[in-house]
Design a protein around this ligand. Structure first.
Ligand code: 3PG
Length: 224
């Protein structure tokens, strides 16, 4: 049985938890059989959350496997391009939805179903659309290509009530820079759990990467 979406779990609770972790691994899984070991590696490394992308046919099954094997993890769906993806993600046990761009149909569907949604935004115009929908947690995508920390600093200054999750081009070298920005509550990135490492079952490598990234979050949060 897929885990069920808990309608009592508030959007604030979900996004606060992502903010507490500080880094959301963006994960593409080709074979759902890898999901349990992947979750174990991320947990062991200190990252109890993941965004599973709808870039493969195994996405929904991977979410279901992961949510069942590691209920202590906060599992969401990424690269959600259609309402059908969102429905499949939710049925599989996804607790939040991330989209690369601002799709009003998906946002409205998520709001109507009480599903936390973090749409991708890159410009003030898109952020305005999100503000109008009452959203407070947005993915800044693709962060590095869109101007990086400098762009987010300038854009975010105009939206003091919005929390951003920059994603796209983030790695161990620039993670701390983004995390130090006041408008950033968490970052996202695929470098922690590369698709190739998952496919060849190299979960020790993923645990190492997760632990190194979690260390960076700790150091930044400790104010060092
Ligand atoms: C995403 O879907 O959020 C991005 O592809 C992740 O970007 P990255 O691969 O540069 O981390």
């Amino acid at each position: 049985m897929p885990a069920e979406h808990d309608p009592g779990e508030s959007t604030r609770t979900v996004f606060d938890r992502l903010g507490d972790v500080g880094l959301v691994p963006v994960v593409t899984i080709d074979d759902a059989e890898h999901a349990t070991s992947l979750g174990a590696a991320l947990l062991a490394g200190g990252l109890p959350c993941a965004e599973i992308t709808f870039r493969t046919a195994a996405a929904a099954a991977s979410i279901e496997t992961l949510a069942e094997a590691h209920p202590e993890m906060l599992i969401g769906a990424g690269t959600v391009l259609t309402v059908e993806h969102a429905e499949a993600a939710l049925a599989a046990g996804s607790r939040f939805i991330v989209t690369p761009g601002f799709d009003v149909t998906i946002v409205d569907w998520c709001l109507a179903h009480g599903v936390p949604v973090a749409p991708g935004v890159m410009t003030p115009t898109e952020i305005n659309l999100a503000v109008r929908k009452g959203l407070g947690f947005l993915k800044f995508f693709p962060a590095e290509a869109a101007g990086g920390a400098r762009a987010l600093t300038a854009i975010g200054a105009a939206y003091p009530d919005i929390e951003f999750m920059p994603t796209g081009g983030i790695d161990g070298d620039n993670l701390a820079t983004y995390l130090r920005l006041p408008m950033v509550s968490a970052c996202g990135g695929s470098w922690v759990a590369p698709r190739t490492s998952i496919a060849r079952g190299d979960f020790a490598e993923i645990e190492r990467r997760a632990a190194a990234a979690a260390d960076i979050v700790r150091v930044v949060r400790a104010g060092a």
